[in-house]
Design a protein around this ligand. Structure first.
Ligand SMILES: C[S@@+](CC[C@H](N)C(=O)[O-])C[C@H]1O[C@@H](n2cnc3c(N)ncnc32)[C@H](O)[C@@H]1O
Length: 249
């Protein structure tokens, strides 16, 4: 298995996801968590696997100095266009995480790695590199596709055979990530490098709603409730993605 750099088709899918409630909830949770934790001063920010640059643009618009690193040309082009349309400057680097230590020298106050681990052949291998890229008093904002949520969804659907065989990976052009992460395994891998300061679930109930209720719900209500329950002890771990804000040890 190799890392999945997004091609044209995946780029179009990703654009579509950000157009709907799923993307809006993702951004709302990430932004709320970061607003709560970050200081007011301008920060040096590195977005690893930046994709279309939604979070980077939001940070750049708040006065932070942002570098986007992304290996896929169509994704990086989409990000450049988004920044140009907003009239905001940033540094764009076409590179996978494997090349970053050789190309970047300064440490970053905030490193983002959102929805990337689950597309990598060896997700744990990126962790020490992210650590080296982060300033000693900085932050790592890590969001990943949660295996627990996938198990729960399959239980709810009665897909017991799939569960027994642990067949979770997305295939081919599908935008189902190739490797959902087990949060306990990841926590053990992070342990020596990072202290996890906050845990939030992204989409702790939206994706489990019966379709008719989902279709009827107002976006403003969904956002309010997802934010209210993102850290609830009974629901946070059911988020389709988990967001962990980490400090280097
Ligand atoms: C689901 S997108 C997430 C994009 C963005 N971070 C976001 O949250 O919207 C996953 C991204 O990881 C990128 N990617 C895949 N392999 C990578 C690697 N080895 N290094 C860095 N990024 C990688 C893909 O090209 C894709 O743009």
């Amino acid at each position: 298995m190799t890392d999945r750099h997004f091609d044209e088709l995946a780029t179009r899918f990703a654009e579509k996801i950000y157009g709907g409630a799923k993307g809006a909830i993702r951004l709302a949770v990430l932004q709320a968590d970061l607003k709560e934790a970050l200081p007011e001063r301008p920060l040096r920010v590195l977005d690893v696997g930046a994709g279309l640059g939604h979070m980077s643009l939001w940070l750049a618009q708040r006065g932070h100095r942002v570098t986007l690193a992304e290996p896929a040309a169509p994704m990086l082009a989409g990000a450049r266009q988004r920044f140009a349309e907003a009239g905001v400057e940033a540094q764009f680097i076409q590179a996978p995480w494997q090349e970053l230590l050789g190309r970047l020298t300064e440490p970053y106050d905030l490193v983002l790695c959102h929805a990337v681990l689950e597309w990598l052949a060896e997700p744990h291998a990126i962790l020490p590199v992210l650590h080296q890229l982060t300033a000693t008093n900085g932050w790592l904002s890590l969001a990943f596709y949660n295996k627990d949520a996938l198990v729960y969804r399959n239980l709810l659907k009665g897909h017991f055979r799939k569960l027994r065989k642990e067949r979770f990976a997305g295939e081919g052009q599908s935008l189902t990530p190739q490797k959902p992460l087990d949060p306990r395994e990841l926590a053990a891998q992070l342990e020596s490098l990072w202290r996890v300061e906050s845990h939030s679930g992204i989409r702790v109930f939206h994706d489990y709603m019966p379709a008719e209720f989902q279709a009827r719900a107002e976006l403003a209500d969904l956002l309010e409730m997802e934010l209210a329950y993102r850290r609830h002890p009974a629901f946070a771990g059911l988020g389709r993605y988990l967001h962990w804000l980490c400090r280097p040890r």
